[in-house]
Design a protein around this ligand. Structure first.
Ligand SMILES: Cc1cc2nc3c(=O)[nH]c(=O)nc-3n(C[C@H](O)[C@H](O)[C@H](O)COP(=O)(O)OP(=O)(O)OC[C@H]3O[C@@H](n4cnc5c(N)ncnc54)[C@H](O)[C@@H]3O)c2cc1C
Length: 377
C-alpha cells in the first residue's frame, strides 16, 4: 500500500485543477482517472466552454474573477493557450440589474446596449431587450487543453497522474483513507472526490444530483456571416411572450465560437436523465429540433440545418450551486450543474484549502452556498 498525502479521484477539470494546486503547494499527490487522457465520457471534454463573470451572487463572481488570474498562471506554467477573451453578451428577460449591480460593486467594466445597437455590432445574433455587454472579462476556455495543462503542470510539481485507473472504493480507516484502484492501493491523508456524475458511487453518498446527457451542437456559419473570431460568448433567457401562443423555450440558451468547428449553441439543462455508464451519446431528436428552432430565430449568422451535435453530461443540484465540502478526510467536489468549467482553477484552490483542514474541524465547506448540509431536511 502506497502512502500519500492526497489521492484525487477523477481527472476531469475539477480533479485536475485540485491536483495542480495541491502539488504546487508541495503535497504528495496521486490523481486517479478511470478513463484515458482526453476521454469524452464525462463533462470536461471538447474545445470550448464559456468563461464569463455574469453572476449576481458575490461568492460566484469572486470565484470567476479569481479564476481569470489563475487561468493565466496555468497558461504561463504550461505554455498552452487556454483562455481567449472575446467579450460576452447577456440578454433576454428579465433584465439582470442584479448582475450589473454586482459588476459595479466589484469594478467589472460593462455597458448596457440597445438590442439594435448590439445586432449591428454582432450581426450573427438577434437580441431581446437590453443587452449586458462584458467587454473584457468573458470569452472561452479551451476545455481539453485546460485539463491537459492542469495534469501536465501537476506532474511537473511532482504529482503522479494515472489514467485508465478506475477507483473501486474509498474507505476511511484510522489515521487515513484507503483507496483501492486498478493502479494499486493507497493510504491517503486526504482524498479529493471529483468524480462528476459518478459521485454517489462512493462513501454511500446520496447527493441530490441529477445526471443528464446534454446536447449542444456546432453550427456552421452562413455565407457572408461574421467570422468565428468576431463572435462574443453569449447567454440568452428568452422571454415566453416573444414566442407566440403555446410556445416556450425550456431554458436559457448559450453559445460561443469554437474555432474550426463553428458556433456552439446549446439550451441549458434540457437533456434526458441518464446513467453515465449507459449513455447513448446520441442526440435526442425532439431536443435537437428545439435547438434548431432556437437557432433559426435567434442566431441568424449560422445555418440551423448544418450542425454537428455534441454529447456531454451535467450533474445538477437542486439549486444549481456546487458542492464544495468535506466529509471527514474526504473533500467532495460535485454538482457543477453545467456551469462549472470557467471556475476550474479557483475550485482547485478551494479544494486544496479544504484538503488542508483538520479532519475533525467543523464541516461547512467553502461557505453555506456550497455546503453539503444545505440539502439536509
Ligand atoms: C454541454 C456542456 C456545456 C457546458 N458549458 C459550459 C460553459 O460554457 N461554461 C462553463 O463554465 N461550464 C460549462 N459546462 C460545465 C462544465 O463542463 C462542468 O461543470 C465541468 O466539466 C465538470 O467537471 P468535473 O470535473 O466535475 O466532472 P467530469 O469532467 O465528469 O470529471 C469527473 C471525472 O471523474 C472520473 N471518474 C468517475 N468515476 C471514477 C472512478 N471510479 N475512478 C476514477 N475516476 C473516475 C470520470 O472518468 C471523469 O473524468 C458545460 C457542460 C456541458 C456538459
Amino acid at each position: 500500500m502506497q502512502r500519500v498525502d492526497v489521492v484525487v479521484v477523477g481527472g476531469g477539470v475539477m480533479g485536475s485543477a485540485a491536483a495542480w494546486e495541491l502539488a504546487r503547494r508541495g503535497r504528495d499527490v496521486v490523481l486517479l482517472e478511470r478513463f484515458g487522457a482526453g476521454h469524452a465520457n464525462g463533462a470536461s471534454h471538447g474545445a470550448s466552454r464559456i468563461y464569463r463573470t455574469t453572476y449576481g451572487q458575490p461568492e460566484c463572481l469572486d470565484l470567476a474573477q479569481e479564476a481569470l488570474g489563475l487561468w493565466r498562471e496555468l497558461e504561463s506554467e504550461s505554455g498552452l493557450d487556454i483562455l481567449t477573451l472575446t467579450g460576452g453578451v447577456s440578454h433576454g428577460a428579465p433584465r439582470r440589474d442584479d448582475i450589473a449591480a454586482a459588476f459595479e460593486a466589484r469594478g467589472v467594466p460593462y455597458e448596457w446596449l440597445h438590442p439594435d445597437a448590439a445586432a449591428e455590432r454582432w450581426p450573427g445574433l438577434r437580441f431581446e431587450g437590453a443587452v449586458l455587454h462584458e467587454p473584457s472579462t468573458a470569452g472561452r476556455v479551451h476545455a481539453d487543453r485546460a485539463v491537459e495543462a492542469f495534469q501536465l503542470v501537476a506532474g511537473d510539481h511532482g504529482a503522479q497522474v494515472r489514467h485508465d485507473a478506475p477507483v473501486h472504493s474509498i474507505v476511511p480507516v484510522p489515521g487515513g483513507v484507503r483507496v483501492s484502484s486498478d493502479a494499486g492501493e493507497f493510504l491517503a491523508e486526504r482524498v479529493v472526490l471529483a468524480a462528476g456524475g459518478w459521485v454517489n458511487r462512493f462513501l454511500g453518498l446520496e447527493l441530490p444530483v441529477v445526471v443528464t446527457q446534454e446536447q449542444p451542437a456546432h453550427f456552421q456559419l452562413r455565407a457572408g456571416a461574421p467570422g468565428e473570431d468576431t463572435w462574443p460568448s453569449f447567454t440568452h433567457s428568452p422571454s415566453p411572450d416573444l414566442l407566440g401562443p403555446g410556445r416556450t423555450w425550456p431554458a436559457e440558451a448559450y453559445g460561443m465560437a469554437t474555432p474550426g468547428e463553428g458556433i456552439k449553441v446549446g439550451l441549458h439543462g434540457v437533456g434526458v436523465v441518464t446513467d453515465p455508464d449507459q449513455r447513448t451519446f446520441l442526440a435526442e431528436p425532439e431536443r435537437l429540433a428545439e435547438l434548431q428552432r432556437y437557432v433559426e430565430q435567434w442566431v441568424p449568422g449560422v445555418d440551423p440545418d448544418d450542425l454537428v451535435p455534441v454529447s456531454c453530461t451535467y450533474t445538477t443540484t437542486p439549486d444549481e450551486d456546487f458542492v464544495l465540502d468535506r466529509v471527514g478526510r474526504v473533500v467532495v467536489a460535485a454538482g457543477f450543474s453545467g456551469h462549472g468549467f470557467k471556475f476550474g482553477p479557483a475550485i482547485g484552490r478551494v479544494l486544496a484549502d479544504l484538503a488542508g483542514e483538520a479532519p475533525d474541524a467543523p464541516v461547512g465547506g467553502a461557505g453555506p452556498r456550497f455546503a453539503l448540509g444545505r440539502f439536509a431536511g
